[in-house]
Design a protein around this ligand. Structure first.
Ligand code: EPU
Length: 422
């Protein structure tokens, strides 16, 4: 297992390139199961979760090839319709193969994802939607076993807007017979990106990116041809926070502030300067960070995937910040670790109150999930002295070469094996 050793206090300056979004790449890779023969996707990020999805598709019989940020997935020989526990337990997004397998092959056996570090995260809404479309769904020894002759269009109303649930139903509906309406759909940009990709191969989808999506099923989809994934808005937001907390100046290329409205508004209110430039964004920190309250909400609200990073910023703000987590019931695992670095944070249910302190001090800390790890990196870059962050594999799931990027920006960061002492 790897760890990061970071010596904080350096204002980070320089230019980095932002790659494709993990949460857009994963459903689009799964969507290759809907399309015959050889699919090519561009701007695929180099990170662990993408590799896990690639392994899962290979396990089903797909042939995949990655060259730089371009990925080819040939689904001609899919013959195994099972997503095994061993892969699903390392990445919940594996559940995204359920809809495509069922729609194209009429059968899927997918391990039921258990709870995870951020909450219980059931998939009842995915299953309800598929049942409404005529699927027979049984739970057998920890697996969802789903069968259908041909799925039929239906009206599906989600109690809660679910991102991967909306994606699973959208992917099922594109090959179903008739029209499917998803009410209270998730409006996240990644849902819209999936829809745009599916439209490029012949799917008939209206309203993606809005609360109501209408999909008219077709008989066949062409192979995906050089579809380019949108930039990763959460990586962008994370580096914006890093520029802010270190009082540095970071230029990000290959991206824009589109899809980051809520994050940019809050960061700007803290005093951080965010500027659109050609083919990118420039972010400048400030001497004194003003405290801001946030509440996480489905898109276009403030994303839960930026909550931990924003909290790290607030630990050194001038004043008190109230942070309400509305999406996941257990997404404050980073709090105990930030406290080890001197942060003053109290929790009451889904509300964290962060009282800004003058300085953070380096400490050994443990990463508990993907975004929590990013918050520890942010705090470590600000802290006096040395911070060791253990279990960095969580971070590697969703950040592309973060240590290399940070070194490029002037950070003192090392990736070491767990047993190496410094
Ligand atoms: N929910 C249910 N039943 C369901 C589905 C969801 O009760 O059948 C609940 C969840 O427990 C949660 C809420 O609905 O309280 C919203 O969850 P959602 O289904 O939208 O989350 P997800 O699809 O499992 C995706 C991202 C997450 C991101 C959330 C929220 C992917 C692969 N994952 O998860 O990303 O936090 O949406 O925006 O798209 C991350 O990248 O670090 C990450 C966790």
């Amino acid at each position: 297992m790897d760890k990061f050793v970071i010596k904080g206090g350096i204002p980070l300056r320089g230019t980095i390139r932002i790659g494709g979004a993990k949460n857009a790449a994963l459903p689009i890779m799964a969507a290759c199961l809907l399309c015959s023969s050889k699919n090519t996707i561009l701007n695929i990020p180099d990170m662990k979760d993408v590799k896990t999805m690639q392994r899962l598709l290979e396990h089903m019989g797909a042939q995949t090839q990655k060259e730089g940020s371009s990925l080819t997935i040939d689904t001609t020989d899919i013959k195994n319709f099972i997503a095994p526990y061993e892969l699903v337990k390392t990445m919940r997004a594996s559940v995204l193969v359920l809809g495509p397998l069922l729609a194209r092959y009429g059968f899927a056996k997918v391990s039921l994802p258990g709870g995870c570090a951020i909450g219980a995260r059931p998939i009842n809404l995915h299953l309800m939607g598929l049942q409404k479309m005529g699927a027979d769904i049984q739970l057998e020894s920890g697996y969802v076993v789903a069968k259908a002759d041909r799925l039929k269009g239906a009206v599906i109303n989600f109690d809660i807007p679910t991102v991967t649930g909306t994606e699973n139903i959208m992917m099922s509906a594109v090959l179903a017979k008739g029209t499917t309406v998803i009410e209270n759909a998730a409006m996240e940009p990644e849902v819209e990106d999936l829809a745009r990709c599916l439209q490029s191969v012949g799917a008939k989808i209206n309203g993606a990116g809005q609360r109501l999506i209408e999909i008219e099923g077709v008989d066949y989809l062409k192979p995906i041809n050089m579809y380019e994934i949108i930039p990763d808005r959460i990586q962008i937001g994370t580096y914006m926070t890093i520029a802010g907390i270190t009082n540095g100046e970071i230029v990000m290329k290959g991206c824009s502030i589109k899809h980051l409205e809520a994050v940019v508004e809050k960061l700007t209110n803290t005093g951080i300067v965010v500027q659109s430039i050609q083919d990118g964004i420039k972010v400048k920190g400030c001497e004194e960070i003003r405290s801001q309250d946030i509440k996480t909400m489905p898109y276009p609200g403030f994303p839960t995937d930026m909550q931990a990073q924003f909290m790290a910023l607030m630990t050194v703000a001038n004043g008190t910040s109230v942070i309400k987590e509305n999406i996941f019931e257990n997404r404050f695992m980073h709090v105990a670790e930030l406290r080890r670095m001197g942060a003053d944070i109290s929790i009451d249910g889904s509300v964290a109150t962060v009282r800004g302190v003058k300085r953070l001090k380096g400490a050994p800390v443990m990463a508990t999930d993907l975004r929590a790890s990013a918050s520890l990196v942010i705090a470590a870059l600000k802290a006096e002295g040395q911070t060791t962050i253990y279990r960095i594999y969580h971070l590697d799931r969703g950040y592309e070469r973060m240590d290399e990027n940070l070194r490029l920006l002037g950070a003192d960061i090392q990736r070491l094996k767990d047993d190496v002492q410094v």
